[in-house]
Design a protein around this ligand. Structure first.
Ligand code: APR
Length: 316
């Protein structure tokens, strides 16, 4: 029986639980949350939508980590989300402790699962989760690039007045203000965006404005919501990865993945293009950067190094 466990039943966890059933991705959806009653309440609420919605998955809510045994996929959204004025990096110490507890629970109860981490600061949290859980590098990724790319596509589509469905792009690097949207790899129905800039469909300065807006896309939403951070787009961007694993779809998508020398980076999780199939991360795609792209990517990597160093220290 296929089972997906959602650790963290807050805004993203609850949204994931709803989409997973509608997409028929598994038979059992487990919600786990430290806050007594939250996972149980959401599981009950979602179960009561089944008569009308018609999906077949069964929901279970608990605060006991033991229940995650035999999960095919585990999605980790547990921790604290940003409030206005905070950066993702401000969450590091508190969420580090959460990752430590969850990492050891995964190691004990479900060491063969494919794990997707969503908790911020993303690249450092997924690194911590890997170290504590002992998962193989193919079996754990962080969700960031699918969301950042989706935001970039939306903003471009608004400006170009072309459906985002036809816009392809890659946003790589760390999931923070230094993320790297790649213009060279941005196309609209196969037409390079750079050519559309030449043809004056959009100006270069507008594209740069959009890049900045993408970098601050999460912060813009936190400012509006005030007491929470974005959750609808983060949830569906996580499903994009989980679905590729569960259905062996072999999507080539950006994920924060463990590098051991690729891109000149070692022992770090950074957003890069990977192929996700039934074996998890089946292949890392190394792109040839031009000078500017390389500088931006390295700058982003440096900020991930700093955050990961803090986690390394906390682990000692
Ligand atoms: N174990 C299980 N659940 C926990 C733990 C823990 N140790 N610590 C906190 N939680 C739960 C909280 O009780 C809460 O219900 O994690 C849930 C987080 O939900 P929200 O606060 O609604 O946050 P959400 O918007 O879902 O974002 C979760 O994803 O995008 C990131 O920055 C975001 O780090 C944040 C995470």
């Amino acid at each position: 029986m296929k089972k997906i466990s959602l650790i963290g039943a807050g805004n993203i966890g609850g949204t994931l639980a709803s989409i997973i059933a509608e997409k028929n991705l598994c038979e059992e959806i487990l919600l786990v949350d430290i806050l007594e009653g939250l996972a149980q309440g959401k599981a009950m609420d979602l179960s009561q939508s089944r008569a009308i919605n018609g999906f077949s998955a069964k929901y279970i809510g608990t605060s006991n980590f033991r229940a995650i045994h035999n999960s095919q996929v585990i999605i980790v959204t547990a921790g604290v989300a940003r409030k206005p004025g905070m950066t993702r990096d401000d969450l590091i110490e508190i969420n580090f402790k959460v990752m430590k507890d969850i990492g050891s629970a995964i190691k004990t109860y479900s060491p063969n699962a494919f794990v997707i981490c969503v908790t911020n600061p993303l690249d450092a949290m997924v690194w911590t989760l890997k170290k504590v859980s002992g998962l193989k590098k193919q079996m754990i990724v962080g969700m960031a690039g699918t969301l950042d790319s989706s935001r970039f596509r939306f903003f471009l589509s608004q400006e170009l007045q072309i459906s985002e469905k036809y816009i392809q792009t890659m946003v790589l690097g760390g999931h923070g203000d230094t993320m790297v949207p790649l213009l060279k790899y941005t196309t609209v129905s196969g037409i390079p965006l750079l050519e559309l800039i030449e043809k004056k469909f959009i100006s270069k300065s507008k594209v740069h404005e959009i890049i900045e807006r993408t970098r601050n896309g999460g912060g813009e939403i936190v400012k509006l919501l005030k007491s929470s951070s974005a959750f609808y787009a983060p949830a569906i961007s996580t499903i994009e990865i989980a679905e590729s694993f569960l259905k062996n779809e072999k999507k080539l998508i950006p994920c924060s993945s463990y590098l051991e020398g690729e891109y000149g980076v070692k022992d770090l999780f950074v957003g890069i293009p990977v192929i996700i199939g039934k074996n998890g991360v089946e292949r890392i795609v190394e792109l040839k950067f031009d000078r500017d792209e390389k500088d931006n990517f390295n700058h982003s990597v440096r900020s991930v190094v700093e955050l990961t160093k803090k986690c390394k220290k906390l682990l000692e």
